[in-house]
Ligand binder design. Structure first.
Ligand code: FUL
Length: 602
């Protein structure tokens, strides 16, 4: 038996060597045989390349997310599925306004939350009554998916769908085969009735169904629907073409390998192997030599950075003054597109069904800033393809007197991702000075440094897994930011309480007298365990308590620890509040300090 395996390994190595000699690259996945040495595994890793779909996706660089749905009208981040479709009623819906605004920002694809965790479908599906067809919008004849797709087609923008596997409305959720069929039917509708779809986004958020049972998803069936109906689409997050970067703050990794042993957690084998290697989407190291040596298989599984232009994923009017500043968005650009990732920036339309004016203006500024910066390469050399071995360097002339503060490097990923260490120096007053250094390059790497006027720059490929294929180098000047931005300090709404009566559960006499209360806020401290599920109570006398109707959970707080605004459906009078934490973000019961809670009074 051993001999057979040995022979198989040898044949595989010979085959792989033959492939590399013929420059035949291996797409998407390599399964290692047992006898491969670390060196052989690394060589194979250098020859792993994206599929055509993954490559085209990577070239988009800027993609946009639209979170729109029932939450837009309830002010929540996670609906619980009990919301009435009657609530969905945008007053001035215009999908073309979205697409035009995104285009001005430079975005090449738009991905719509066709169904979020609350189960409300933005298209008139046959699978449930919980959809736009039962809303007052366009007298029940509206279809957000259709209108957005038409607008995208009109303006030459690619289109993708987010379909949440977790469905808090579907009665069959948790009854695995039944719900899987419903999900397959929903996918079928979305992928066969609206023309071409380029990305299908499966969220990883998950919990048990109304029947208390855990849903076992039939990923194989879901993938099959996509592959057969939309062969050009990439499958993201719980899909195996595009990987979640691991946070919702817009932060890529300094060292970002698209070649990784990490697999989407879609079947037991994958989960076991990820556990054995101690890796997950949030791990710091996803592609080092050490990791590849331990791996049994590797994948081309590139990173996507998803982040919202506002603190929340859905629109909340109280966040109108918290739209990310131009400077913040540009930082995000450098940390995503500039770190071998694709940016997926969320811009949530408001209750009118329009992207808010502040966001529209910010998108335009962003698009103009990026265009202006990268339209003008300050190098005077025409740059040719460069095949670099360990230690090779190349010099490039900078146009006379030009100031630079940014360099761009690209590997030809159709020939694999290989560079492990590089540096960039500038020839200033006759001597070479280090301007920037880095580890991975991948599809694109951007580095920033202080303004300099070098005669030349020198790029050194210090270490590479095999000959590096550099196909683009540029030097640019990025202008400083003038607008300080208008980030709202949340502390102003925190209570200047009359008395904190008890610490656990937190019980507070708000103002020493009855006041009108319309909701409350929680400004979490992400450094320690945060509250996730809670009970919030109000009282006039500190003895008899009532619970204003609200969602009892801070939806998505773990991944996105931003200030939470909970609005009640009516104005209530009370002197005391009590906040009991039922479950923390790590499964514990953390104590919440009074200074993190605020009361909304209008
Ligand atoms: C998360 C979800 O739970 C959030 O609500 C949001 O949709 C984000 C993009 O993904 O997993």
């Amino acid at each position: 038996m051993k001999q057979v395996i040995y022979l198989a390994s040898l044949l595989f190595v010979l085959f792989a060597t033959a492939c590399t000699q013929q420059k035949n690259y291996i797409e998407k996945e390599i399964v290692f045989t047992e006898k491969l040495t670390a060196e052989q595994k690394l060589k194979l890793a250098a020859y792993l390349v994206p599929t055509k779909q993954q490559y085209e996706w990577q070239q988009l660089e800027l993609t946009a997310f639209i979170h729109f749905g029932i939450n837009t009208f309830t002010g929540r981040e996670w609906g619980d599925g009990s919301e009435s479709p009657e609530l969905f009623n945008p007053t001035d819906f215009n999908a073309e306004q979205w697409v035009v605004a995104l285009k001005e920002g430079g975005f090449k694809m738009v991905i719509l939350t066709a169904k979020h965790h609350d189960g409300f479908c933005l298209w008139p599906t046959k699978t449930t009554e919980h959809s736009v067809a039962h809303s007052p919008w366009r007298d029940g004849a509206g279809d957000v998916v259709r209108e957005l797709k038409n607008a995208a087609d009109k303006h030459g923008m690619k289109f993708g769908v987010y379909l949440s596997p977790w469905d808090r409305n579907a009665p069959s959720y948790g009854d695995s085969p039944k719900y899987n069929q419903l999900f397959v039917d929903q996918l079928h509708e979305l992928l066969s009735n609206y023309g071409e779809v380029h990305e299908v986004w499966f969220d990883g958020a998950n919990a048990e169904g109304p029947n208390g049972k855990k849903q076992e998803y039939d990923w194989k069936a879901f993938y099959h629907v996509i592959d057969s109906l939309q062969p050009n689409a990439v499958k993201a997050i719980m899909g195996d073409d595009v990987r979640w970067v691991g946070n919702e703050s817009g932060l890529g990794r300094e060292t970002e390998w698209s070649v990784t042993p990490l697999r989407a957690d879609i079947h037991e084998d994958a989960v076991d192997e990820n556990n054995r290697l101690e890796i997950s989407a949030t791990a710091k190291d996803l592609g080092s030599r050490k990791l590849i040596e331990k791996a049994k298989s590797i994948y081309w599984y590139p990173s996507e950075v998803d982040v919202s232009i506002r603190p929340g994923w859905f629109y909340h009017p109280e966040q109108d003054a918290q739209v990310k500043t131009l400077e913040h968005l540009v930082d995000i650009y450098y940390q995503s597109v500039g770190m071998n990732s694709v940016l997926l920036l969320n811009i949530p339309p408001d209750t009118r069904g329009l992207i808010h004016e502040v966001d529209v203006a910010r998108l335009k500024e962003f698009g103009q800033y990026i265009d202006k910066t990268f339209a003008d390469n300050k190098m005077s050399d025409t740059h040719s393809y460069w095949k670099a071995e360990n230690g090779d360097y190349k010099e490039y002339k900078i146009k006379d007197g030009e100031v630079i503060n940014t360099v761009l490097l690209q590997e030809d990923i159709k020939k694999g991702q290989r560079v492990e260490v590089f540096k960039v120096e500038g020839l200033i007053n006759g001597s070479w000075t280090k301007l920037a250094e880095g580890t991975t390059i991948g599809y694109k790497r951007l580095l920033r440094f202080d303004d300099v006027s070098p005669e030349k720059i020198r790029v050194t490929i210090t270490e590479t897994r095999f000959s590096a294929n550099i196909n683009e180098i540029g030097a640019y000047y990025a202008a400083p930011f003038t607008d300080e931005g208008s980030l709202v300090e949340l502390n102003h709404i925190e209570g200047d309480w009359a008395e904190v009566i008890e610490i656990n559960p937190l019980t507070v006499d708000m103002k020493g007298e009855e006041i009108e209360v319309t909701g409350f806020t929680y400004n979490p401290d992400a450094a320690s365990e945060m509250a996730f599920k809670y009970r919030f109570l109000l009282s006039n006398d500190g003895k008899n308590w009532s619970e204003p109707s609200n969602s009892q959970e801070f939806g998505n707080i773990k991944n996105n620890p931003v200030a939470q605004f909970i609005h009640f459906e009516e104005v209530l009078k009370a002197r005391y509040f009590k906040l009991e934490v039922l479950e923390g973000t790590e499964g514990g019961k953390p104590t919440i300090e009074a200074k993190h809670i605020g009361i909304l009074t209008h």
